[in-house]
Write a protein that binds this ligand. Structure first.
Ligand SMILES: Cc1cc2nc3c(=O)[nH]c(=O)nc-3n(C[C@H](O)[C@H](O)[C@H](O)COP(=O)(O)OP(=O)(O)OC[C@H]3O[C@@H](n4cnc5c(N)ncnc54)[C@H](O)[C@@H]3O)c2cc1C
Length: 494
């Protein structure tokens, strides 16, 4: 590792002092996220906030010369410890000041944005132009580009295509600024991911900042339709919902569909009520079974298109649900039972807009959310659900909530503990660390037993080894692009 003082002096030659911090309080704030309580991640020695591609370029070249490791951070909202330092000496490059929407192409349906643009910014812009973007059920303050690069789960436009990224501009540690897809031609615009050459956009997706810093991305936009409607159905168990989700997505009845178990619905309500207290019922030990009168869960689907088509789609979806034991739930009923859930789903599924950062959840400030995303075949998801409830029963210590849900196509699965920061911090930290260590072995077990693959990396290098020659080739590519291994080495991808 190079001399950090010399590096700091070098950086001040091209970035003003007010955007290069060595202030202890600032540095400390970059060492936590929703899955990393204080003391788990490493405090960076320097945090830099570039504002332009040229600054990013100078910065990476200097980091490479001084052998200073770099952690890129979009908006730092991830729940996997992916944008906090894990090794001594790693600096954080916070990209939030690069937050411009550079182009909105309503003809070819994409927008070119910088990495600091939030979901809220992006979704509001898309709506204003008659579009929606791929929008996961993530926080409105998260970076659209960082999220798109990680292959968002639970997005709104599953019907069309789950991959939101078209082309990229990336700065590598050697100072190269490359553009991928049609944008590589300079005069061709950003509209196409595939050209006659191998697809390099894909190389940077799911690379978590280990190969360079993305400074621009073209993100797909989708037509909102003449009519947009939210369809809610309630269910008493998971298997028929998985079947329902598969059908309404594959047969083009709905744009997207997500199932939320009952604690999740209550949680949405709480987010909007701005309380920091969880009702006792949500802390009950047996979280699989809801209290009397509350359905096990609801499925929310987005329907859009011409009015006549949406009318028919709604009728069809209700029939398909009833045939499988599901029950149609008018929006008014949801509003009454889970008002916050209705508010959230309406804004997300119909307007396609996430709340402004800071306006959504006081709850989110009072919790850690170690969440895990995996994909598996729909039939394996049913087995996984049983396994995970058993796992939760064994591992979870109240106060916690266990949330579990399959997304679009029923091939993706999310489970998370929500741990409230209520008691002594040390106890909760110990618990978080315990969960993190248990999950390491859990991933291997899920892969072996159910063929389930994690799709957010978890700092476990033994996972790449399981891919054999694929992993070997990736290591060779990494050695070419980042020979001094300065890009996010602590994330342990390679
Ligand atoms: C309450 C909550 C719920 C969530 N629910 C969902 C959900 O339903 N679905 C879902 O998909 N996600 C979900 N997330 C995760 C979250 O939305 C994503 O982590 C986030 O969108 C990514 O943006 P970020 O600002 O957190 O990126 P960061 O955490 O800053 O970055 C993510 C990764 O990308 C790298 N990176 C960031 N920017 C760049 C760049 N410009 N160039 C190269 N590398 C970069 C970072 O080093 C890091 O490895 C949720 C998060 C929260 C807090």
């Amino acid at each position: 590792m190079g001399n950090i003082d010399d590096f700091y002096k070098e950086v001040l030659k091209f970035i003003p002092e007010d955007r290069v911090s060595r202030d202890e309080a600032v540095l400390y704030s970059y060492a936590t996220d929703l899955s990393s309580p204080p003391g788990v991640a490493t405090i960076p020695p320097v945090v830099v906030l570039p504002e332009s591609v040229e600054e990013v370029r100078e910065l990476l070249m200097a980091a490479d010369r001084f052998r200073v490791p770099v952690v890129p951070s979009g908006r730092g909202a991830n729940i996997a410890g992916l944008s906090v330092p894990h090794q001594e000496g790693e600096i954080v490059v916070d990209l939030r000041r690069m937050d411009r929407i550079l182009e909105v192409n309503t003809d070819a349906a994409y927008a070119v944005v910088e990495p600091g643009v939030t979901h809220h910014q992006m979704s509001s812009m898309a709506r204003a132009h008659g579009f929606i973007q791929h929008l996961p059920t993530a926080t409105g303050g998260a970076s659209t580009v960082a999220n798109a690069l990680m292959r968002p789960s639970g997005n709104l436009s599953a019907k069309w295509d789950p991959d939101p990224v078209i082309s990229l501009e990336v700065v590598t540690p050697s100072g190269q600024v490359i553009r991928t897809g049609s944008a590589s031609f300079g005069t061709a615009g950003w509209r196409a991911r595939y050209t006659p050459f191998p697809d390099l956009t894909g190389l940077f997706a799911c690379s978590y900042g280990t190969l360079g810093i993305v400074t621009k991305a073209a993100i797909k936009l989708h037509d909102r339709g003449e009519e947009e409607r939210l369809l809610i159905t309630k269910w008493n168990e998971l298997p028929p919902v998985v079947d329902f989700i598969k059908l309404i997505i594959r047969r083009n009845v709905a744009d997207s569909c997500t199932f939320w178990n009952w604690t999740w619905n209550m949680f949405h309500s709480l987010m909007h009520s701005r309380t920091e207290e969880l009702p006792a019922v949500m802390m009950k030990e047996d979280q699989k079974n809801p209290p009397p009168g509350v359905p096990f869960g609801i499925a929310s689907a987005r329907l859009s298109g011409y009015r006549e088509v949406v009318d028919a789609a709604e009728k069809t979806a209700i029939r398909l649900a009833r045939e499988r034991g599901g029950e149609y739930m008018p929006e008014d009923e949801l509003k009454q039972v889970h008002p916050g859930s209705w508010e959230y789903l309406h804004s997300y599924f119909i307007q396609g807009i996430h709340p402004k950062p800071g306006e959504e959840a006081t709850m989110r400030k009072a919790m850690w959310l170690p969440g895990w995303l995996i994909n598996a075949e729909p039939k394996a998801i049913l087995e996984l659900e049983k396994f995970m409830w058993e796992f939760a029963r064994k591992e979870a210590k109240p106060p916690y909530m266990f949330r579990i849900l399959p997304f679009n196509h029923a091939r993706e699965f999310f489970f998370a503990f929500v741990i409230l920061i209520a008691g002594t911090l040390d106890k909760e930290k110990e618990y978080m660390l315990h969960l993190k260590s248990v999950y390491k072995t859990l991933y291997h077990e899920l892969l072996k037993k159910y063929g389930a693959v994690m799709f957010r990396f978890r700092q476990d290098p033994s996972f790449l080894a399981l891919t054999g020659p694929y992993g070997e080739l990736l290591r060779q590519i990494k050695a070419i692009v980042d020979p001094n291994n300065i890009m996010h080495p602590g994330v342990n991808l390679f």
